[in-house]
Design a protein around this ligand. Sequence first.
Ligand SMILES: NC(=O)c1ccc[n+]([C@@H]2O[C@H](COP(=O)([O-])OP(=O)(O)OC[C@H]3O[C@@H](n4cnc5c(N)ncnc54)[C@H](OP(=O)(O)O)[C@@H]3O)[C@@H](O)[C@H]2O)c1
Length: 306
Amino acid sequence: MIKSILITGANGGLGKECARQLALMDETEKIYLACRNEARAKVAKLSLEESTGKSIFEIVLMDVSDINSVRSAVEGLSGPIDALVMNAGGMGGKNFFDKTVDGVIQIFAVNVLGHVVLAEELLKSKKLTNVAIYAGSEAARGVRKMGMKQPNLKTSSVNEFESICDGSFFGDKADPTVVYGPVKYIAALWMSSLARKHPGIRIVTISPGGTSGTDVMNDLPPLMQFMYNQIGLKLMPLFGLMHKLEVGAKRFVDVLHDKSFKSGIFYGSKKPVLTGPLVDQGTIFDDLSNETIQNNADEAIHNFIK
Ligand SMILES: NC(=O)c1ccc[n+]([C@@H]2O[C@H](COP(=O)([O-])OP(=O)(O)OC[C@H]3O[C@@H](n4cnc5c(N)ncnc54)[C@H](OP(=O)(O)O)[C@@H]3O)[C@@H](O)[C@H]2O)c1
């Protein structure tokens, strides 16, 4: 039974829609909305209460790009949770390539570092009892139709993964759409490595697929945003590259509740689309299933956590 769930980035987009769908399930008793902005969280809570008729939502203030904020939120949690949805993330804001106090680029902090601390602190303190999912992206194995290349690492060594965390892998002129794929790639590798360390908990990466109705593209440079809004949103659904918000969030809900989605696997869309049935992404990009590469990514990330 999944009675209690904590969702990061729950005030909008996929996180909020996932909260809505879960709240409508009879067995759900409590949903923690883990958000960085209290005002936005309160608006979301009210809207979720109205749309579901349930009063089961509790706000947890947490900025996933700030390790201390994550740690104190975990300490403040009243009881254990059955499920964790690591959803907060995206392109990392306007300053996506700035370094944080931990020495990683902002886009990495938001998508990966805080979630690593969150999941591992919850597991260490036995506050997570059943399942953890991470919002991955097919960008991690490349999406040719979107101009996103498969991450091209030379050695897949700990050092090379560290260079993705601190941004040096990308040189001086980084573009968020180029950095995003390798960042989501490291996250999926870490999840698989974590799954091997915790056989009693189901730990799964799931991509929502190309999903409209979210703010994920709002931080892109103006020209890219214009192209996405004017052309992308119209054409992508026609080419199987985009589905509705409800469909993307349902992937999270399905993976949480269906144990046939196996621990340690990264599920996402079939090539070359971003919608439809789910497949193990390791069958598309072998490195995702390579335990040595998974462990190197895991070690690299931990070199930035003090
Ligand atoms: N939409 C897609 O097509 C797609 C495809 C593949 C994967 N994904 C992944 O799915 C996840 C959700 O994306 P989305 O499309 O729903 O985007 P979104 O509408 O931009 O929602 C992102 C959520 O994350 C929160 N967030 C961002 N930085 C945070 C931080 N430092 N601490 C706490 N919360 C933070 C945002 O809160 P604020 O309101 O405070 O900014 C917002 O609630 C992301 O991880 C994204 O990479 C999306």
